[in-house]
Design a protein around this ligand. Structure first.
Ligand code: ADP
Length: 485
């Protein structure tokens, strides 16, 4: 930042310096020439000598210009050839051609042949160049006696019948070299001041802009090393405030995911270790003691294997769905039939454990969905309801039509979920009961799988729950068609 600011300052100063030394003189000369031409144009508007005298005096005063007007006639005798009409001498411009023409007395008096000759030479020179307006270069070589004097001089010739009216006009010019020198000295001083101010500004800017960034970088390095205690406290201006807030949020989310993942690993390893121990134990017993080789023990081994399979499937499913590896296979599907079919899987549970699993519907509703995925949603919700249901062991699934959408609700009368947990249970790996009792099996992934699948179907899902009374989990999909039953 310091380098950029210094580079900008130096280039600006250099530009000003170049403008002063190279262009100032040219611009000034041009401006003076324009002033001269303006005076000439206004003088040429006059048609008689009285008017010319009046205009010359006014213009001379206005522009601090010296003006000499002559009548010149080539055909007249030498004495009458050049007749002075009017002179205006600006006091501040005393070293100009007009002053010269008048003050070369007595030797070179205006009426003396020498002086007149010089004036006539100038006029003839202008006429020879076939011009009515000639700017006289202040060139010492062409004008060794410095007749034209200082400043900028122009000669204008106006034809008036037989004779000519000739105007010598001079405007003063200030020698630019001195001005440029002064300006450059001034530039040197201002340059030093500007550079110091730039350094000061750069320092303040660095403090203001880069310091908070450095601070954020320090915290970000901590975060990169998975230190989630890193807080982003840098403040200063809007963008930094926003960045700090965003990074704080990101750090919080990362820490949440990290905690949940750690919990998941702990839970999964716990969930896997128990069935593995049981399977190994029972298998060893059956190998060593032939009396243990019975159906009951084999069922334990099969149940435990299934439990492991379900857990591993959950973990695999969620990662596949998240990565989009499993594309949807959409088809026209009778949701009502699919649910009925899915619920038959629980027939065993109904018979053996006395569960009541009801499905209330009055229409056959068709949706555009992936059958496997949607039945997985129903399965996860019903499974949760069974796992967390109350003593009445009743789970009710209902189907309701809401305009162009169908809502499937899975209702249980279990312990319910505390309001503070409600928004979190859809997160991956979230479990209300951290103590992870074996009775409540689950990977903490069931609901996030539900959320993902429903979102893939452009549907919505939600939950209502009252502690001690039970929960209602629901999802909605757009209806393709419906049939009365
Ligand atoms: P899990 O595999 O642990 O059931 P889920 O994602 O399906 O994981 O559910 C997350 C958490 O939400 C569960 O651990 C449980 O605490 C809570 N939960 C889900 N369904 C119910 C329900 N019907 N009644 C009470 N709590 C529930």
């Amino acid at each position: 930042m310091l380098l950029i600011l210094l580079a900008m300052t130096f280039s600006t100063l250099l530009l000003i310096f170049l403008a002063q030394t190279v262009f100032l003189d040219a611009i000034y000369q041009e401006y003076k020439e324009e002033e001269l031409i303006d005076i000439k144009d206004r003088l040429l508007l006059q048609t008689d000598n009285a008017g010319r005298a009046k205009a010359a005096s006014a213009l001379g005063r206005e522009h601090i210009a010296c003006i000499a007007i002559y009548e010149y006639s080539r055909n007249e005798s030498a004495a009458k050839r050049l007749i002075p009409v009017y002179n205006y001498e600006a006091a501040a411009n005393c070293n100009c051609v007009v002053h010269r023409l008048l003050t070369l007395r007595p030797k070179d008096h205006l009426n003396s042949p020498g002086n007149s000759r010089m004036i006539i030479d100038s006029i003839e020179n202008t006429l020879a160049q076939d011009k009515s307006w000639l700017l006289v270069e202040n060139n010492v070589k062409d004008d060794p006696k410095n007749i034209m004097g200082n400043g900028l001089t122009g000669i204008a010739i106006q034809q008036e019948g037989e004779k000519m009216v000739v105007y010598f006009i001079n405007v003063s010019t200030v020698p630019m070299t001195a001005t440029v020198k002064t300006a450059n000295t001034l530039l040197l001083y201002t340059g030093v001041v500007v550079i110091f101010t730039t350094l000061l500004f750069a320092f303040i800017l660095a403090l203001w802009i880069t310091k908070p960034i450095e601070k954020i970088n320090e915290s970000a390095k901590k975060l990169a090393k998975s230190d989630y205690t890193a807080t982003f406290s840098a403040r200063g201006y809007k963008e930094i405030d926003e960045l700090s807030n965003t990074l704080n949020r990101a750090s919080k989310e990362l820490s949440k995911v990290d905690t949940l993942q750690k919990e998941l690993i702990a839970n999964i390893s716990h969930d896997l270790r128990t069935p593995i121990t049981l399977i190994a134990g029972y298998a060893e017993a059956m190998r060593d003691l032939p009396s243990e080789m019975n159906e009951e023990n084999l069922t334990v081994i099969i149940d435990e294997s299934n439990r492991m399979k379900a857990l591993v499937n959950d973990v695999l499913d969620i990662s596949k769905i998240k990565e989009g590896v499993l594309p949807l296979c959409l088809q026209e599907l009778s949701l009502t039939d699919a649910i009925l079919e899915e619920l038959t899987r629980y027939n065993n549970l109904r018979k053996k454990d006395g569960f009541v699993i009801r499905f209330l519907y009055d229409q056959n509703v068709w949706v555009f969905a992936d059958k496997t995925r949607i039945t997985q949603v129903v399965y996860n919700l019903v499974n949760n309801a069974i796992n967390y249901c109350g003593n009445d062991k009743t789970v009710t699934v209902t189907q309701r039509i809401l305009e162009n959408r169908v809502r499937i609700s899975v209702i249980d009368t279990g312990g319910g979920i505390a309001p503070e947990h409600l928004p979190l249970i859809w997160d991956r790996y979230y479990k209300v009961d951290k103590s992870h009792k074996r009775a409540t099996v689950g990977s903490g992934l069931g609901l996030s799988i539900v959320k993902e699948i429903v979102a893939q179907h452009k549907g919505s899902c939600g939950v209502g729950s009252v502690l001690g009374k039970g929960s209602t989990f629901w999802f909605e999909l757009e209806i393709l068609k419906q049939e009365n039953l």
